[in-house]
Design a protein around this ligand. Structure first.
Ligand code: ADP
Ligand code: ZN
Length: 723
């Protein structure tokens, strides 16, 4: 027997299938999709068996497979084909496509320390005259007769010497059974009665087949309840479901709601799990013990056999696009591809769908469903725009009088407040008032952020940090100035404004430790704090009944990012964070502070007018030839030698110009982040509608540079960041 093996080396040079012989003893164990160990040059590598055949076309003598890693198939036929599809769609290596599908424990090297845990237990080995047993021996046997087995620790608790004797006389034998690190109960399963509007939506989804639905529902309209009802319907037909949520909304709050409804058949895949726990969850899914998978982006690859529906909540979230490393896939595209295979539907849910998704719904490519009101007719919170150009004249610091009053009022009423500022640290840059010197990262081409708690200046890209200077390193004057504002500074101002206020700051700096994020949400839920202050982490998915005021400190931070999606992202962020206010009985209020009070993103968000924003933004996208009118592809060219990268970038551009005739080619440019971690970056942007030469040309370029270590070419279709 001969097998074709794809080895686990991510070097693009060896991304192909190599043939190996299988020795007689291993033949019965060989299946397509299992992992094996093979000799590769002087190395021993793990790889996937992708082909089984009788003869090889290789012109060298074949080596033998060394061993089998695990008896079970890790990639079934569906996932094997999905990997090949992804390789073509994203122009990346096949091995990287398979690796992204599997938990760390099943990847070469990484997996060594992540083991399966076992329980040891005893069962009866052979018939024996039990009457002659001693009393402790008899008790062990009784347990086994009752339950069929006894756990080792329970037997040893009765009598270790009895266990030994029984084993020696072959009355008992030892067996092992897998033990999952997490366990769930099936208690108190609850479900809510749906409103007529929610029921209509559910009916539309389950009575149609193999469709993509956009569920456009305002915040608090009961989308999650709708998802659960749809899932329940398919569950009763013996089918499984995948629910994707952005990592930051994958909170215990969210998972809890699913557990309360479905109990132990839920598998939750999120970053707070250890690698061992993730591996256990993956095996439960693989064995059909869990039939509802809820998780962040990579959960789209859950090895479920019989999928009834795939749900993507908050479909506008950019966390569904993998930026780095390759494969740079979008979970929505993978979902639709898997749905074809399973003949099932996909539901995309959002209060602020991406323009691409909405445009497809308007064209009829997706089915449009809407929930325009909050459950029980609760109104959306009232939003006021505060012009900071005026407010700054009356107030010191970064709080307008209106926002100060609003917070004071909530503190008096013992209600809670969420404050959003989309920038962490204390100030966003440090400059010299005298000579204009700005502190920049020596590795990256960006300004350093001042962090007051550690008294350091840090780079948010590479993590570089240094102690703050007393005087300017350029002119020597003591004229250093903190400009821009971050969450740390707002926290300090707030403490000066209200003496006994309880502030919970939630940003990358305070949540980086495992479990911290969950812990904070629970504490805020228990009203141990008055104010939740944070970056976009506080905007999504959270449901706190005591929050009646949401304040946006500075709506302009996301507007000023040089990206064609910055208006859309601002509109979406403001709508999401506003949706955190007044979700329960008490009415909610939102105050948005901005220096651009006339900006259409902010004005439409304040009016809860998605349609208005959509139409306005579509005009701009059309004019500037951006999605959804044109597709975008970003070719990133990087390397250590700036001059070499520059020259090659122009060669690539010329090659593109020769081959592509209906594509707009922009660049090469070094705009944005030119130097990161001492690596220089250029990029070429392509805008196209359809161009049959595009993929072959890009593949040719990638192929041309694949063994050149001085330059790296990354292709990013539908990039979520343009920098
Ligand atoms: P969304 O996901 O659209 O933001 P949720 O599903 O979180 O909305 O619903 C908002 C709130 O309304 C939640 O507290 C939820 O438990 C409640 N809710 C949703 N549907 C119903 C219903 N049919 N009856 C009662 N409460 C509901
Ligand atoms: Zn840096």
């Amino acid at each position: 027997m001969i097998v074709g093996v794809l080895v686990e080396l991510t070097n693009k040079n060896v991304d192909r299938i190599f043939d190996y012989n299988v020795s007689e003893s291993l033949v019965p164990h060989i299946k397509i999709g299992i992992r094996v160990v093979v000799p590769f040059g002087k190395m021993e590598l793990e790889g996937f068996v992708l082909e089984i055949k009788e003869s090889s076309s290789a012109d060298r003598e074949l080596k033998n497979i060394l061993s089998i890693v695990d008896e079970n198939i890790v990639l079934n036929q569906e996932l094997l084909n999905l990997g090949k599809w992804m390789q073509k769609e994203t122009i990346s290596s096949l091995i990287s496509c398979y690796q992204v599908m599997l938990p760390k424990a099943l990847k070469a090297k990484n997996g060594e320390n992540i083991s399966i845990k076992y329980d040891t237990y005893y069962v009866l080995d052979s018939s024996y005259d039990y009457d002659k047993l001693l009393e402790p021996q008899q008790r062990i046997i009784d347990c086994i007769l009752k339950d069929g087995f006894i756990l080792r620790k329970d037997a040893v608790d009765i009598s270790l010497s009895s266990v030994k004797t029984l084993l020696k006389h072959h009355i008992l034998k030892e067996e092992k059974k897998e033990h999952y690190r997490l366990s769930y109960s099936n208690q108190n399963l609850v479900k809510k009665e749906l409103t007529p509007l929610q029921s209509q939506v559910v009916d539309r989804v389950i009575h149609d087949e193999e469709k993509v639905f956009l569920l456009h529902g305002v915040t608090g309209s009961g989308k999650t309840e709708v998802y659960m009802e749809i899932i329940d319907y398919y569950l009763k037909q013996g089918k499984s479901s995948i629910v994707l949520v952005p990592e930051i909304s994958l909170t215990p709050q969210m998972v809890q709601r699913f557990r309360e409804r479905f109990g132990s058949i839920i598998a939750a895949l999120h970053s707070a799990l250890s690698d061992g726990e993730k591996y256990d969850e993956w095996r439960r899914i693989y064995r059909g013990e869990a039939s509802i998978v809820i998780g962040a982006r990579s959960a789209i690859f859950a090895p479920l056999p019989n999928i009834g529906v795939i749900i993507i909540d908050e479909e506008h979230s950019d966390s569904y696009k993998q930026n780095d490393p390759s494969p740079r896939y979008h979970a929505r595209d993978v979902a639709i591809e898997r749905a074809h295979y399973h003949h099932c539907s996909v539901v995309l849910g959002s209060a602020t769908p991406t323009l691409e998704t909405m445009a497809r719904a308007q064209k009829g490519n997706y089915q449009y469903l809407s929930l325009p009101e909050r459950v029980n007719g609760k109104s959306l919170p009232h939003i006021t725009i505060i012009n900071m150009n005026d407010a700054m004249k009356k107030s010191r610091g970064h709080f307008s009088l209106e926002l100060i009053d609003g917070i004071r009022n909530r503190l008096e009423k013992r209600e809670q407040v969420i404050l959003l500022l989309n920038r962490r640290g204390y100030s966003s840059f440090v400059t010299c008032k005298n000579c204009g010197y700005t502190f920049k990262c020596p590795n990256c081409d960006i300004t350093l952020t001042y962090h007051k708690s550690s008294n350091t200046m840090r780079c948010h890209y590479c993590g570089f940090g240094e102690k703050v200077y007393q005087s300017c390193p350029s002119c020597g004057e003591k004229a250093l100035n903190n400009l821009g504002v971050g969450t740390q500074r707002i926290e300090e101002e707030l403490m000066n404004l209200f003496s006994d206020i309880r502030i919970l700051r939630m940003d990358y700096d305070t949540t980086s430790r495992k479990g911290k994020h969950e812990e904070m949400i629970e504490k805020f839920q228990n009203h141990e704090y008055d104010v939740l202050l944070g970056t976009q982490m506080v905007a999504k998915g959270l449901d706190f009944s005591l929050v009646t005021l949401v304040g946006v400190i500075n709506a302009d931070t996301s507007l000023n990012i040089p990206d064609f999606r910055s208006s859309e992202n601002t509109f979406s962020l403001l709508s999401q964070v506003a949706g955190r206010s007044g979700r329960a009985k008490k009415a909610g209020e939102v105050l948005i502070q901005t220096f651009n009070p006339e900006h259409y993103s902010i004005c439409y968000a304040a009016k809860h007018d998605y349609q208005g924003f959509y139409e306005e933004e579509m005009k701009i996208r059309k004019l500037l030839k951006y999605p959804p009118y044109f597709y975008i592809c970003n070719i990133r060219i990087s390397g250590k030698n700036a001059e070499y990268i520059f020259d090659e970038s122009y060669k690539i551009k010329r090659c593109l110009e020769r081959n592509l005739h209906s594509t707009i080619i922009l660049g090469p440019s070094s705009s944005g982040l030119f130097k990161i971690n001492n690596i220089f970056h250029y990029h070429i942007i392509l805008k196209y509608k359809s161009d049959s030469s595009l993929y072959p040309t890009l593949e040719k370029i990638v192929d041309h540079y694949k063994s050149n270590s001085k330059i790296k070419i990354d292709i990013d279709f539908n990039p979520s960041q343009m920098l």
